[in-house]
Ligand binder design. Structure first.
Ligand SMILES: Cc1ncc(COP(=O)(O)O)c(C=O)c1O
Length: 417
């Protein structure tokens, strides 16, 4: 196993630089955050050589593990040969990647546009919907999260991430998982609406899985009103939920599919995919300087090959069941854990106080205690009280059991203390 490089800079010195030079919106987890200097498979290593099991994957990015040589080595070779040109020149990796994505995306989604972040993929998907339908409106979901630019932020439903002080016209929010309200708004406004946008399972909204009948019903009402369905699989894509894409659980194919994060396993790449018919509406020049960059496209091709070779989707499904069963067991014994849920290795559980109300303070305490025991976990949800577990898909059963044991010990300690 690779050893960490000793690194002298203390977290306190980094916190000083951060508070002095970064815009204060850039926040961090933990009262005593570690200084992370290296990654190795499921592990992150701090400046003192301490190892942490990464149970959040840089927020669902490192699905194939940190510094995976099967991905890093071809990317390094590509960096040495040709690092960047942009899409006005012909290069092979991006076109091979488009061919691969067409093969793994569901239905007739076979045309890609590449960019560099999830936000950009969503922004591009929304533009494409407007171009195709010639309508301005968008319906989005309460507690959804779609990104940081103004349009992506305005379709975001989570109050914490809606920083724009003005808001935008033509964006309507409906409750996630409620088909009746969506159908009602489409009935009133269908003629002005280009698209419905949603995550198939809400990630930052607190790992919210809708009822089974929901997605087929959304697809049907969109079809009835001639409104496009955009699915944001930036977080759920590439095996996280036990399938290449989460929409496959319900047999639903969107008109536009946005993806990023695990696509590049740490290399900044994103895309939206659509059908031939919808793609034909986007013919004015469109370009993203870094979109489909040869290095990132090479890394994405290697990532997809690694997923295939190691059956990461099936692994996520199998180990996700083990994690969820363990969480259910813990929730039976600890009243502060409520409603464990999820699909594959996208799992969440509410942390509540004695009265059953959301307890972000208790979750913060739990996260700090887990970190001190060597486990980095996540937090999501409108009330910031959802303990969120999304480890690399290469995690093994023993590591999942170790995480559950650490969680159990931390809960015992909190209850005693
Ligand atoms: C579902 C979803 N969409 C979009 C985004 C934005 O992606 P990015 O941060 O790469 O711009 C995120 C980021 O967390 C996300 O979870």
């Amino acid at each position: 196993m690779r050893e960490s490089v000793p690194h002298a800079t203390t977290p306190d010195e980094l916190l000083r630089l951060k508070s002095e030079y970064l815009i204060p919106c850039v926040y961090h987890f933990y009262r005593r955050p570690p200084h992370i200097v290296a990654g190795d498979g499921c592990w992150l290593i701090d400046h003192e050589g301490r190892r942490y099991l990464d149970c959040y994957s840089g927020v669902t990015v490192m699905s194939a593990g940190h510094c995976n040589p099967a991905i890093v080595e071809p990317a390094i070779e590509q960096i040495r040969r040709l690092q960047h040109t942009t899409s006005i020149y012909l290069t092979e990796p991006v076109l091979r990647l488009a061919e691969e994505l067409a093969a793994i995306a569901p239905g007739g989604l076979r045309r890609s546009f590449f960019c560099a972040s999830g936000t950009e993929a969503v922004e591009g998907a929304l533009l494409l919907a407007a171009l195709h339908t010639r309508r301005p409106g968008v319906i989005a979901m309460t507690d959804g999260l779609h990104g940081r630019t103004r349009f992506a932020m305005n379709v975001t439903g989570l109050p914490m991430w809606r920083t724009d002080p003005f808001g935008m016209a033509d964006v309507y929010h409906v409750p996630f998982g409620d088909i009746a309200v969506l159908d009602g708004v489409l009935g009133e406004r269908g003629g002005e609406i280009a698209a419905v946008i949603a995550e198939p399972i809400q990630g930052n909204g607190g790992i919210r899985v809708p009822p089974d009948a929901y997605w087929p019903a959304v697809r049907r009402v969109c079809d009835e009103r001639g409104v496009l369905l955009i699915l944001d699989e930036v977080q759920t894509g590439f095996g996280r939920t036990g399938r290449w894409f989460a929409c496959e659980h319900w047999g639903v194919v969107p008109d536009i599919l946005a993806m990023s994060k695990s696509l590049g396993n740490g290399f900044p790449i994103a895309a939206f995919l659509t059908t031939d018919a919808i793609a034909a509406s986007y013919i004015r020049p469109g370009a993203s300087t870094y979109g489909g960059n040869p290095v990132c496209a090479t890394a994405a091709l290697a990532t997809i090959a690694y997923h295939r070779e190691h059956g990461l989707s099936a692994r996520a499904a199998r180990l996700g069941e083990r994690l969820l069963a363990g969480l259910k067991d813990l929730a039976d014994r600890h009243p502060c854990l409520r409603s464990p849920r999820g699909k594959g290795l996208m799992v969440g559980v509410d942390v509540v106080d004695a009265a059953g109300s959301a307890s972000p303070e208790q979750l913060d305490e739990l996260l700090e205690a887990l970190k001190d025991r060597g486990f980095l976990c996540g937090k999501t949800g409108r009330g910031r009280n959802v303990l969120t577990l999304m480890p690399p898909l290469i995690i093994d059963a023993e590591q999942i059991d170790a995480l559950l044991a650490a969680l159990s010990a931390c809960l015992d300690e909190m209850e005693d203390g």
